[in-house]
Design a protein around this ligand. Structure first.
Ligand code: ADP
Ligand code: MG
Length: 217
């Protein structure tokens, strides 16, 4: 269980009229997907930043299977995050960008190579293994970044408006990859405005309003 209790935060230089102080509480079971909806600027990326450890909360607790996550740096939290900016290594070809998530030294097994090839086909990028990120369109880079996050097993998956602008067929391929992670026990938080994405993936929905998460029916 991911247990987030009264995780509080405010931006130092925020406009007090527009940016509320945040206090987040929710629970999420392994294998479950929670969607977070709300207008631009309501704090969705801030919530993910606090969970992932890129922002430091002022108070509250955050545990996963009873273990304190706040005491750990981002890279020791077992969390995979796909942010809105798709950070790829520009000097590495697509296969290496994907492979780094599977084997940090890039000594990939035959099985890992096969998963990369199959994954690329699943998101409509078959045969682009050797391309550099700079030789791809924005949408293609987005798909590589998503695939990198979805190829490796991760107990906690945070997706920040991940499928914006992608066509239906590609999204269905990516939904299948997210579901596979859930079947392997991953808890998923999906920040999205898109009804189709939410209907396809969310087991529970909530809305971020005035700095709080409110359950939706
Ligand atoms: P969302 O992802 O829902 O669009 P964000 O979490 O990015 O919203 O931002 C929430 C609010 O906090 C916004 O009003 C934004 O302007 C403000 N904000 C975000 N980052 C900072 C920052 N570094 N300093 C001050 N205010 C910020
Ligand atoms: Mg955002």
């Amino acid at each position: 269980m991911l247990d987030c209790r009264d995780l509080t935060f405010h931006y130092e230089r925020a406009d007090p009229g527009e940016t509320p102080a945040f206090a987040f509480s929710f629970r999420l079971a392994p294998g479950e997907c929670l969607s977070v909806e709300g207008p631009s600027g309501c704090g969705k990326s801030t919530l993910l930043g606090l969970l992932a450890g890129f922002l430091e909360p002022e108070g509250g607790t955050l545990t996963w299977r009873g273990q304190d996550l706040l005491a750990r740096p981002p890279w020791e939290r077992g969390i995979t995050t796909v942010f809105q900016e798709h950070n790829l290594f520009d000097h590495l070809p697509v296969w290496a960008n994907l492979g780094l998530g599977l084997a940090p030294d890039l000594r990939l097994t035959a099985d890992q190579r096969r998963r990369i090839t199959e994954g690329l086909a699943e998101v409509g990028l078959a045969g682009l293994e050797a391309r550099l990120p700079g030789e791809l369109s924005g949408g293609q880079r987005q798909r590589v970044a998503l695939l990198r996050a979805l190829l490796r097993a991760s107990p906690l998956l945070l997706l920040d408006e991940p499928f914006t602008g992608l066509d239906e067929a590609t999204r269905e391929g990516l939904w299948a990859l997210v579901r596979r992670q859930q079947q392997a026990g991953a808890a998923v938080i999906l920040v999205s405005h898109d009804r189709d994405d939410i209907d396809a993936l969310a087991d529970r929905r909530c809305r971020l309003e005035a700095g709080r998460l409110k359950p939706l029916p």
